[in-house]
Design a protein around this ligand. Structure first.
Ligand code: COA
Length: 249
């Protein structure tokens, strides 16, 4: 376990903190694997009532590490990013996210699979997949048009337009927007600890019911997106855009 993912356990709450500040918490293959293992352990441990995922009060995550995308692009549905997202999707315990600063790419996508999401009003969310020669991932091409309507989702997914924490809350992507990053982290922690006083069986059955309606369709879409995403990572369009980020300085 490196310290790029910090884990704290306080009573029934497991907190997973992204901690790679020099790279804006960009997620490496090792970080995905650590997160996946932590989610799987939390799911199997009866004493854990909820999982809180957060970055710092200044930055959630700049998304997938772009050097990793170029050097070791995920090639199959059991690669580390897929392993992580499957562990999040399969987690029966409630997952709470605290978001401040940038939440880019998978940093925004993963929020669609959390149960409660607290953001700072000025958080900057963005899914610049097309801008990087890529395509949406992990169900966002299904979930966002449903949530926002096609026309608004197209602005976010086809143009890669960024949006604020305040907009995320207004659109139902986040639960609530708070005045600052510190306030978002504090609120997320406060709400996550509530699960300690609730009957765990009832919480898990309710989450399962809320998630079960679209499960099969979501699984198919994620598979299709995953196949296209891994193909696109090797396309000249993506290689040029990802290389441009690395060499931009
Ligand atoms: N992968 C790898 N390194 C990244 C990264 C990523 N996704 N995002 C940021 N970094 C690195 C930068 O290269 C820089 O490293 P350096 O200081 O060694 O040069 C450092 O993190 C700080 O980033 P910087 O761009 O200077 O910070 P900023 O505050 O100006 O901007 C972001 C923050 C998140 C808006 C910007 O870094 C960004 O757009 N990152 C790419 C996001 C992205 O496209 N993710 C992939 C989606 S699929």
């Amino acid at each position: 376990m490196t310290d790029a993912i910090l884990q704290y356990r306080e009573r029934g709450l497991l907190t997973l903190q992204l901690n790679r500040p020099d790279k804006k918490n960009a997620l490496t293959r090792a970080m995905y694997t650590q997160l996946a293992e932590a989610f799987e352990q939390a799911d199997a441990d009866d004493a854990i009532r909820a999982v809180l995922i957060q970055g710092s009060s200044a930055c959630f995550t700049a998304g997938n590490d772009i050097s990793d995308f170029l050097q070791q692009p995920p090639s199959s549905l059991d690669s580390p990013p897929f392993h992580f997202m499957q562990s999040l999707l399969n987690c029966r315990k409630p997952v709470v996210a605290a978001v401040a600063g940038a939440a880019v790419g998978i940093g925004t996508t993963l929020l669609l699979h959390c149960d409660l999401v607290y953001v700072s009003r000025d958080a900057r969310l963005r899914m610049p997949f097309v801008n990087l020669g890529l395509c949406p991932e992990f169900g966002s091409s299904l979930i966002l048009p449903r949530l926002l309507g096609h026309a608004k989702a197209a602005e976010l997914l086809l143009l890669g337009e960024g949006f604020s924490g305040e907009q995320a809350a207004a659109w139902g992507i986040a639960t609530e927007a708070l005045a600052s990053g510190e306030a978002a982290l504090a609120k997320a922690r406060e709400m996550a600890t509530r699960f300690e006083d609730l009957a765990p069986g009832a919480v898990q059955v309710t989450k399962q019911l809320m998630r079960s309606v679209d499960r099969e369709q979501l699984r198919r879409v994620i598979e299709e997106e995953g196949a296209l995403f891994t193909q696109r990572l090797r396309s000249p369009e993506a290689v040029a855009a990802l290389s441009a980020f690395i060499t931009r300085r």
